[in-house]
Design a binder for this molecule. Structure first.
Ligand code: ZN
Length: 244
């Protein structure tokens, strides 16, 4: 089976369309989303509609739950908070209903999907160190786990016969041969933060036993214009140009 795993979309339909086209060319059997479909960007309901139409199985991100008032906005940075209040006003009823029903964790076949961490998906922790990754890998019941949240792609690998050490890599092509478990942050489709403005997603092939982090260019200026026309903070458009 070939799996496509969509990183944080953040209401950016131009980036999402570019990724869905790329995945169609790859010929995937199954699509997952690590959540944060909405927030920051100017087209939240459009992105939910595309996720539904594409048959994507999604988990809830913190922005998805904030959009339906299940997480308070007080903990958000000022521009994120302003965008979230705008999102709450603009989200259509069908999208709000969909977001309010998302699970925190999905396990299917060899794949587990969560937004922040696998050991405490409800806490929306960031995995930023090997001990953070170890906690998720200890909880992982399948061969491979996919997360997002930090918007920076990175993979943590447990080698067979080596339970003590944990390997990590920023490589865009990861062989799982010789690995007992892996945890992959797939990066972000709609708001990359690793200095590369192209949309990021992961492709997993369980026969080839490999994961690839793909990057796809999209119409960044079109999304910057949409953010400005919506009256959202201009800095949210500027960071799309920079990939930060
Ligand atoms: Zn996010």
């Amino acid at each position: 089976m070939r799996y496509g795993i969509l990183g944080d979309i953040h209401a950016n339909p131009s980036a999402l369309d570019a990724v869905l086209s790329s995945l169609a060319r790859e010929g995937v059997d199954r699509l997952f989303s690590v959540g944060d479909i909405v927030g920051y960007g100017a087209a939240p309901s459009e992105c939910v509609r595309r996720i539904l139409e594409a048959g994507v199985t999604a988990v809830a991100g913190n922005h998805d739950l904030a959009a339906v008032d299940r997480i308070p906005v007080e903990g958000f940075h000022p521009s994120a908070r302003e965008a979230m209040l705008w999102t709450r006003r603009s989200l259509d009823a069908r999208s709000a209903d969909y977001l309010s029903r998302l699970p925190l964790l999905v396990e299917e076949g060899p794949v587990t999907v969560a937004h922040g961490s696998i050991d405490r998906p409800e806490a929306f922790d960031y995995i930023q160190s090997a001990p953070d990754a170890q906690a998720s890998l200890a909880r992982l019941q399948t061969r491979i786990g996919f997360v997002g949240h930090s918007h920076v792609p990175v993979s943590y690998l447990c080698r067979e016969g080596d339970p003590v050490r944990l390997w990590y890599t920023f490589d865009p092509e990861i062989s799982l041969s010789g690995c007992s478990k892996a945890l992959v942050n797939v990066g972000s489709i709609g708001q990359p933060r690793d200095g590369d403005p192209r949309a990021a997603y992961a492709l997993y092939d369980d026969v080839a036993d490999k994961v690839w982090i793909r990057r796809v260019p999209y119409d960044v200026e079109g999304e910057v214009g949409r953010i400005l026309r919506a009256g959202l903070p201009p800095a949210l458009g500027e960071r799309l140009r920079l990939g930060t």
